[in-house]
Design a protein around this ligand. Structure first.
Ligand code: ZN
Length: 378
């Protein structure tokens, strides 16, 4: 836990808005960030999620809050196992190497190291506790060694119709066609090991492994108790991942909402398609950092509404580099007094970086220096 500027606690009360809603905070703030599945390199879409979560953490800390950030590593996942098999490596080795590479890239981007970095493999026992608790509450059922949770209601809560929900369940490997399920939108909390699975753990229901949504639910409950203040993740995680994660946690604890606020960074596209390994349109952060400063990459990601999808264009990075130079120039000017307070105020208002940048350029001096300090743009 880090505490910065405790003297700010004696100033006027801060009023954070997030997603258009006031989000009152008293003292300690719990943030959970859905982390990577460490099977491949870090692309700009990943960086957007983690730089935005980092910006939120820094704004809260600047205002005197103690923030505890947990960012998990999904090291138990089918795509990781498949990639390890393809490369002829062990999943543990692949995950370890990719995780180290990701963390080095995050450090270069000045994303703070999280206070807690749980991995799914460390929390198998908690997933088993979660599955058992869901069974006790009749919110789950067991078939052939797999524990399924009744999560069909989560799709409607996420604002999806049945057809869209089924499509997304398929896309995210939730196997809606599994004949053992009572409802195609139920999810596996605990998945029985298949004959070709090389990673599994013993459980009361036989050998198996956790389901992805259950991993994050179990880690949040184990680390933070029954709820979290801000839950971050990629813009594509609303359904099924976050909706089902919340449904599992709420079914067990009875505490709602599981997450007081969701902060999902806007999806990054290239040539009209979401940046994804399967699409083959990845923009790798390490490539960008060869020719551009970390500050310019951060400013490119942050100088826009945090939740809105956007299209990456290489010229935008040149523009961000030029804008950063203007901010440095403004910071070295004497400047006008009012901006120094207006910049943090703009950041509290739904993390409105674009407005804070405009104020910093207009007022210069301390306003620009404050912005550069809070958002780590130096
Ligand atoms: Zn997650």
């Amino acid at each position: 836990m880090r505490q910065v500027n405790p003297s700010r606690l004696t100033g006027p009360p801060m009023r954070l808005r997030l997603g258009g809603e006031l989000l009152p905070m008293v003292g300690h703030v719990r943030m959970y960030v859905c982390g990577i599945t460490p099977y491949d390199v870090t692309h700009l879409g990943h960086a957007a999620t983690y730089v935005w979560a980092d910006a939120a953490e820094r704004v809260l800390q600047w205002h005197g809050h103690t923030v505890t950030v947990a960012r998990n590593v999904t090291d138990v996942d089918d795509v990781l196992f498949a990639e390890a098999r393809r490369r002829g490596e062990s999943a543990t080795m692949l995950a370890t190497l990719q995780r180290a590479s990701f963390e080095a890239t995050m450090a270069t981007l000045q994303v703070r190291t999280p206070d807690l970095a749980p991995s799914a493999a460390q929390h198998i026992g908690h997933v088993i506790q979660l599955a058992a608790a869901l069974l006790d509450r009749d919110a789950a059922y067991e078939r052939n060694g797999t524990v399924y949770a009744r999560t069909a209601h989560a799709a409607a809560q996420a604002g999806l119709d049945q057809a869209s929900a089924l499509q997304r369940a398929e896309e995210y490997h939730d196997n809606p066609g599994d004949p053992d399920k009572d409802d195609p939108l139920d999810i596996a909390v605990w998945q029985a090991a298949g004959s070709d699975d090389d990673v599994s753990w013993p459980s009361p229901w036989g050998e198996g492994r956790p389901g992805w949504h259950a991993e994050c639910a179990a880690m949040v409950l184990a680390l933070f108790g029954s709820s979290v203040d801000i839950h971050c993740g990629g813009g594509d995680l609303a359904y099924p991942h976050h909706a089902c994660e919340a449904a599992l946690a709420e079914a067990v604890t009875g505490v709602t909402p599981f997450a007081r606020a969701w902060m999902r960074a806007g999806i990054v596209s290239v040539d009209g398609a979401k940046m994804a390994k399967s699409t083959g349109n990845l923009v790798l952060v390490e490539d960008l950092l060869r020719e551009h400063s970390p500050g310019a990459v951060r400013l490119l990601l942050l100088n826009r509404p945090w939740g809105r999808a956007w299209e990456y264009d290489p010229s935008a990075l040149d523009d961000a580099e030029a804008l950063l130079e203007r901010l440095y120039g403004a910071a070295s000017s004497p400047g006008l007094a009012p901006g120094a307070a207006a910049v943090p105020a703009a950041l509290l208002d739904d993390l409105d970086v674009s407005r804070a940048v405009a104020i910093a350029l207009e007022d210069g001096g301390q306003a620009a220096r404050t912005l550069i300090e809070i958002l780590a743009l130096s």
